[in-house]
Design a protein around this ligand. Structure first.
Ligand SMILES: [Zn+2]
Length: 216
């Protein structure tokens, strides 16, 4: 709820945060959770910034997407940046999130790739880590750290870059490049041409109403 007693500066920070998130593609649910601005104000801000009403529909709620090949590489990259910002540079949670997402996009662009991890997915990822559903596992081959289901035995874990699925169909050159970057703890972005870049917003259809009993 919006607190009328809140200082003007604090309110301005909230608005700025909301604008930053909207610009990066945040859904209303993210904005409502991360700011204390009212829904009405967020809706107005959204329309002002994007020129349209926010899309309806639910945010993705499954951890499995983050474990598939290309999303796993992108998610691990993003979360690694986020962790460095919070743990090594003392950034606060939501500021680190926005910053990490921007840095992730920059890295993807530097690599001439498409972002696979949309902002809303990135936010869901953060929440999954915070609720202990996901954690990072170290690859026994390259020693990079990758997103993994929590409590998975990972003694012999080998990451998706070291052991790409055969359908990845990348050139050996691209693979070597990705691996080289991983070894140097640099950003790794390597896209699976078979996985389309679907932003979270469109990925999850709204639940359909159940058919009435007896209907075919
Ligand atoms: Zn590896």
């Amino acid at each position: 709820m919006e607190n009328p007693e809140k200082s003007l500066v604090a309110r301005m920070h909230q608005v700025q945060l909301a604008v930053n998130l909207i610009e990066l593609g945040a859904r209303l649910q993210v904005l409502e959770t991360e700011t204390d601005l009212s829904r009405g104000r967020l809706l107005r801000l959204y329309k002002e910034v994007r020129g349209i009403s926010p899309p309806k529909g639910m945010l993705p709620f499954s951890t499995d997407w983050f474990l598939t090949w290309s999303p796993n590489i992108h998610s691990s990259l993003f979360y690694g940046i986020y962790q460095r910002l919070t743990e090594e540079q003392g950034c606060k949670r939501i500021d680190a999130f926005v910053k990490a997402y921007r840095l992730y996009l920059e890295q993807v662009m530097l690599d001439d790739s498409e972002p696979v991890l949309g902002l809303n997915r990135a936010w869901t990822l953060l929440r999954f880590f915070e609720s202990g559903l996901l954690e990072l596992a170290e690859c026994t081959s390259c020693h990079g750290r990758f997103v993994m289901h929590a409590h998975t035995p990972c003694k012999d874990y080998v990451c998706g870059i070291c052991r790409p699925p055969s359908r990845a169909g990348k050139t050996s050159k691209a693979r070597a490049k990705a691996h080289e970057a991983a070894k140097h703890d640099e950003v790794v972005v390597s896209l699976d041409p078979h996985v389309h870049c679907v932003d979270d917003a469109e990925a999850v259809p709204e639940p359909r109403p159940k058919r009435a009993a007896g209907m075919r």
